[in-house]
Design a protein. Structure first.
Length: 179
């Protein structure tokens, strides 16, 4: 059994794409997932599965949600080991003292042609970013809500992405460690 994290994008926001965590747990369990846990209503689910084809599992999960709740969520599937790796490789350890300033954009696929010059042109003097094959690290001391860089990063990277703040990523790792 391997532990995975399903990071949902844009669910339970502004009364749209409503999916309770209780319903999500039931769907995952119906698909054979074990030890299912969720963290906050924005869609972070940890589970274990022996399923070898994670892409197929993700497709089944999306299909079940569409059938039962009427929408197809975007989901980034991340292995437990990946969470550990992105935490250890954070280029901004000093931002850990203000976990709301550090965001990790989990990427659907590695960007093939990221527009780095355009990203640099958008960032405020206080902002910093680092692109790895699976994560876009974004340090926004003035807040992500006011960041033009955060707003345009996905388009300029050319791949789907979902953000999680540092506190959430660390909590997910903690929950995964609990088993």
């Amino acid at each position: 059994m391997k532990t995975y994290i399903a990071l949902f994008r844009a669910i339970n926001i502004g009364g749209k794409n409503i999916l309770t965590m209780k319903a999500l747990i039931a769907i995952l369990e119906n698909l054979g997932a074990l030890k299912v846990k969720t963290y906050i209503q924005s869609g972070n689910a940890l589970f274990q599965t022996s399923e070898r084809n994670l892409s197929e599992f993700k497709s089944k999960l999306i299909s079940h949600i569409k059938l039962q709740h009427g929408f197809e969520p975007q989901i980034m599937m991340v292995a437990r080991e990946t969470i550990e790796k992105v935490i250890l490789e954070s280029p901004y350890p000093e931002a850990e003292t203000d976990p709301s300033s550090l965001h990790l954009g989990f990427l659907a696929t590695p960007p093939s042609h990221p527009q780095l010059a355009e990203l640099n042109a958008l960032k405020k003097e206080s902002e910093r970013f680092h692109l790895s094959p699976s994560v876009f690290y974004l340090h926004t001391p003035e807040g992500i809500g006011r960041s033009k860089l955060a707003a345009k990063a996905e388009k300029l990277l050319g791949v789907a992405m979902t953000y999680r703040n540092w506190k959430t990523v660390c909590k997910i790792r903690e929950m995964a460690d609990e088993g």
